[in-house]
Design a binder for this molecule. Structure first.
Ligand SMILES: [Zn+2]
Length: 136
């Protein structure tokens, strides 16, 4: 990964208080041990919550590596978005993740239980999806 991307990833991580742009779960940047210990997570569960640099507009759609196109997302949300074909746009995907969380269909049960109180709902601060996440 180019160092500028790593820098943007770290900046986004700090800006988002260490939470995933899509699911709102806490992530780890350098070392999963702290997160594992804090939430009593198994290693393979913590591995899904590694912070990754996520392109809001995917590279294949012309998105750049600039800070304004990079958010921090957990590995699970990031990988899942890009496994979909075509990859949904970031705003739509965020709504999708939140609906799945509401329906208990995102992340494994054990993870959700341990991290429930940290879900996006309790975040609210940047409010991109506020008011609409529960509709429907
Ligand atoms: Zn996530």
């Amino acid at each position: 990964m180019p160092s500028s991307l790593a820098k943007h990833r770290r900046a986004a991580f700090a800006r988002q208080n260490g939470r995933c742009h899509y699911c709102g779960f806490p992530m780890w940047l350098e070392d999963p041990a702290e997160l594992s210990a804090r939430f009593d997570l198994a290693d393979h569960d913590a591995a899904r919550l590694q912070c990754s640099a996520e392109h809001l507009v995917a590279r294949q759609d012309g998105g750049g590596d600039g800070a304004d196109n990079i958010v921090a997302a957990c590995l699970f949300c990031n990988a899942t978005r890009h496994r979909l074909s075509p990859s949904p746009d970031a705003t739509k995907y965020r709504h999708h993740v939140q609906r799945q969380l509401d329906a208990s269909g995102w992340h494994k049960k054990r993870l959700r239980q341990r991290l429930a109180e940290f879900s996006l709902r309790s975040m609210g601060a940047n409010g991109i999806c506020q008011g609409s996440a529960r509709v429907g």
